[in-house]
Design a protein around this ligand. Structure first.
Ligand SMILES: [Zn+2]
Length: 122
């Protein structure tokens, strides 16, 4: 970027920074034991994290439209998840889960035949 002086550290783009924080959040949750996961203060902290991500996501991506959720697609993490685009998909290693996707990912999963439609397991 032209506005940076020579020797100034290059700043990470905002979307990349947000995605890096998302990975940190996922790793944090993965490291929690079941006992920790269910503790009240951990639940409160995760709720705070969700709110923080909603605020940061709106700052980076702009406010979501009426047909979008306030969080990003659980598959590509590049667009807002959309109402009506909840999909079950997965791979052989991790099984399948329900995720809220963006329309692009939803249509792609459907085209590739990877969308598992049918019974809802909640
Ligand atoms: Zn997507």
């Amino acid at each position: 970027m032209g506005r940076h002086l020579k020797g100034t550290p290059k700043r990470m783009p905002r979307k990349e920074a947000l995605d890096t924080l998302r990975l940190l959040q996922e790793k944090y949750i993965d490291l929690l034991s079941y006992g920790q996961f269910t503790q009240e203060h951990e639940k409160e902290f995760r709720a705070q994290l969700r709110e923080a991500f909603e605020s940061l996501t709106a700052m980076v991506y702009g406010p979501p439209s009426l047909w979008q959720y306030s969080f990003l697609c659980k598959k590509c993490h590049k667009r807002y998840a959309e109402i009506g685009c909840t999909a079950e998909y997965g791979d052989d290693s991790s099984g399948s889960y329900y995720h809220s996707c963006c329309k692009v990912c939803y249509d792609q999963l459907k085209t590739e035949g990877k969308l598992i439609e049918g019974e809802v397991q909640l």
